[in-house]
Design a protein around this ligand. Structure first.
Ligand SMILES: [Mg+2]
Length: 413
């Protein structure tokens, strides 16, 4: 049997705002966004401008994540709005990960601001180590984290959610009843805005209620999701955490600030969405076989279509070609408000087999993509752009970072 391990969950407190503050500090500007009513949000003038992250003072004024920036301004007139700098956040996230790897090679990334650390040495004092990690991050990087400690990922994550910021918490199996069960059921991982009301209807209001509920009734109402959250209430960590690295698909979408009525404009948006999908696919060392596209029209009609390619690929150009083809099949000329592209049926690059159907210059294309990725990583998304984007007002690479793993990070148009 595998020796029982210790898991730490590291969660950056108010990540975007913390990183933004640290970034300013690096440039010699003292501006603590966490201390003032601040939000990170998209462009205020455009329709999709929403609150992506908020400071505690902003929260106290009634500002909510996901709210439109206009609503937020009404709730808090002296609100400061900062435009997101995904490049800065991605860099900050990477350097944190590198730092954490000095403690254990076994670091699993959960989202841009959350990591799991796995330890197997039974004789170590992990609370002491957690304090060392937390305090070193504060000293060297200039922001705070919460650390949750337990024996599995689920419990470690729940533990880091307890009191914030700058805190260490444990949640061992024997602490579940006292620390986890009294909490509102919505505090449990994987219980979202839709599930919580359903549970309330079943008379389940705390995590303890869930752990001790009528199991058959729960399953009848919530099916397999019921089983999952029931296990979670008992601290049983199952599939979701184990499979989180085995991503099923990579998607990118954007709500557009104007109605798209021309095919050429739609193509540009598709290309831009695909650029980011391609970059992420290659970063994950994956190849895809299925491309799908979704279109939401002005009157909110949503249609989706997918196509299987004859071989596995990570070429941006292949993805673009397929997405454009799908668009032509799908589009009924009605004005478009939202579009998304997704690739799925993924395999690891190392499992690739030479395929008869593959286009002749596939290898060169792959090399070109790799070279472009490298330049963009070093000099930013704008360093290489397709000529058609110049002066088009459309972002050449939409979406800063995995939106699927981190749904708050919507792409910007
Ligand atoms: Mg966080």
């Amino acid at each position: 049997m595998k020796p029982e391990s210790t898991v730490m969950h590291i969660d950056v407190n108010s990540a975007f705002l913390s990183w933004h503050t640290a970034y300013y500090k690096q440039m010699g500007i003292e501006n603590d966004f966490l201390e003032k009513p601040t939000v990170i949000g998209g462009n205020e003038k455009k329709r999709h401008g929403i609150v992506l992250a908020k400071s505690i003072p902003a929260k106290k004024s009634g500002v909510k994540t996901g709210q439109s920036l206009m609503e937020a301004k009404i709730a808090c007139p002296n609100l400061e709005i900062i435009y997101p700098r995904y490049d800065v956040y991605v860099k900050a996230s990477k350097s944190l990960r590198e730092f954490l790897k000095t403690y254990t090679p076994d670091v699993d990334v959960f989202s841009i601001d959350e990591c799991f650390l796995n330890f197997t040495d039974k004789n170590k004092n992990y609370e002491k180590l957690a304090y060392e990690i937390k305090n070193t991050i504060k000293k060297n990087f200039g922001y705070t984290v919460n650390v949750g400690i337990s024996t599995n990922k689920l419990l470690a994550k729940q533990a880091s959610e307890f009191e914030k910021p700058d805190k260490i918490h444990t949640l061992y199996k024997e602490e579940i009843k006292t620390k986890l069960w009294p909490l509102d059921v919505s505090e449990l991982f994987m219980i979202g805005r839709r599930t919580a009301p359903k549970l309330k209807k079943l008379g389940i209001s705390t995590i303890g209620d869930l752990a001790n509920c009528d199991y058959n009734l729960l399953i009848a109402s919530l099916k397999s999701h019921g089983k999952l959250i029931y296990d979670y209430a008992w601290g049983i960590d199952n599939s979701i955490f184990r499979e989180e690295h085995d991503i099923k698909g990579i998607g990118n979408g954007s709500t557009i600030s104007f109605d798209v009525e021309e095919r050429q404009v739609a193509y540009k948006i598709i290309m831009s969405l695909c650029e980011n999908v391609g970059i992420r696919l290659r970063k994950e060392n994956k190849l895809c076989k299925v491309v799908s596209i979704g279109i939401k029209s002005k009157d909110f009609k949503y249609s989706i279509k997918q196509k299987k390619i004859n071989y596995y690929t990570s070429s941006t150009e292949e993805i673009i070609e397929t997405a454009k083809y799908l668009f032509d099949v799908l589009w009924d000329q009605s004005p478009i408000r939202h579009m998304n592209v997704r690739v799925s049926d993924l395999i690891d690059r190392k499992n690739k087999q030479i395929n008869f159907f593959e286009k002749e210059n596939a290898l060169e294309k792959e090399k070109l993509d790799e070279a472009i990725d490298k330049i963009r990583e070093k000099y930013g998304s704008y360093s290489i752009i397709k000529a058609s984007y110049l002066d088009s007002g459309i972002e050449p690479v939409m979406g800063g970072y995995p939106s699927e793993e981190y749904p708050d990070m919507k792409s910007i148009l």
